[in-house]
Design a protein around this ligand. Structure first.
Ligand code: NAP
Length: 255
């Protein structure tokens, strides 16, 4: 038997959160592995630069300004990807937000907003993508969760974020089993501390040294280091992998 391919040649993919950080790098990485990519993010984000970088790889990109908390916007985005690029087969859901407040002081609006984007947004994205994949005979979805779904980060008061990410890994397992007999695999990648704009928030800026000390590999990840694990899960090389949460955390959860 031939070694299964890690490539994504001529597949059509949708990536949410593609205007910044991990989502942007993953959208470009999927194109580097041969996919055409629909790039979704909020209207104010810099989708143009992601689309331009994808163009430089020789693949096609469509910029999709949309909010992952709006089901109609996601349905329209999927329809546009399919109109302009072809039948959807792959999806990565990386859109997310983070902030912090002590649990005893956190206003319910702050709790709800993080749950709305990080959990409801991933569910609605999977739903819109899953409907297309079911129509198209299958495919593969990767949700970007976090190691914060497995551990509570030392020194960070972000109960809402941690809870949302734990829920994403359980949502992933649930969808994996619902769609397992219809050709769709659903997995999650859980990054550890990664150098992105999320880690330049004022409340975490001073903590980077602590993040690095808490990481057995001694540093934060680069966004480049999220590409291989995500591509693996999307590709035929992972054809027997579904419902898995792949921790890409430099060993943090070992300590
Ligand atoms: P980022 O640079 O802030 O990228 C997230 C992107 O999602 C931003 O462009 C953001 O737009 C967008 N977004 C926010 N709300 C949205 C919505 N309602 N609809 C559509 N797009 C929306 O952050 P990142 O660090 O790359 O994070 C990407 C994913 O990795 C997130 O799910 C995050 O929780 C996860 N993660 C990150 C780390 C880390 O250390 N960086 C660790 C573990 C997991 P705005 O900038 O306008 O908000």
């Amino acid at each position: 038997m031939a070694v299964p391919s890690f490539r994504l040649d001529d597949s059509v993919a949708l990536v949410t959160g593609a205007g910044s950080g991990i989502g942007r790098r993953l959208a470009i990485g999927l194109a580097e592995m041969g996919a055409d990519v629909g790039c979704l993010d909020l209207p104010q984000s810099d989708l143009a630069s992601t689309a331009e970088a994808i163009g430089e790889t020789g693949r096609r990109a469509v910029a999709l300004p949309a909010d992952v908390t709006r089901a109609e916007a996601l349905a329209e985005a999927v329809a546009r990807v399919e109109r302009e690029l072809g039948p959807l087969r792959l999806a990565v859901n990386a859109a997310g937000i983070a902030n912090a407040a002590p649990a005893e002081d956190m206003p319910v609006e702050q709790w709800n907003k993080v749950i709305e984007v990080n959990l409801n947004g991933v569910f609605l994205s999977c739903q819109a993508e899953g409907r297309a994949l079911l129509r198209n005979g299958g495919g593969s979805i990767v949700n970007i969760a976090s190691m914060s779904g497995t551990i509570a980060n030392r020194g960070l008061t972000q109960a809402h974020y941690n809870a949302s990410k734990a829920a994403v890994t359980q949502l992933t397992k649930s969808l994996a089993t619902e769609w397992c007999d219809r050709g769709i695999r659903v997995n999650s990648v859980s990054p550890g501390y990664t150098a992105t704009p999320m880690n330049r928030r004022p409340e975490v800026a001073e903590r980077v040294a602590r993040f690095e000390a808490d990481t057995p590999l001694g540093r934060m990840a680069t966004v480049d280091e999220m590409v291989g694990p995500t591509v693996f899960l999307l590709s035929d090389a992972a054809s027997f992998v579904t419902g898995v949460d792949l921790l890409v955390d430099g060993g943090v959860t070992c300590w």
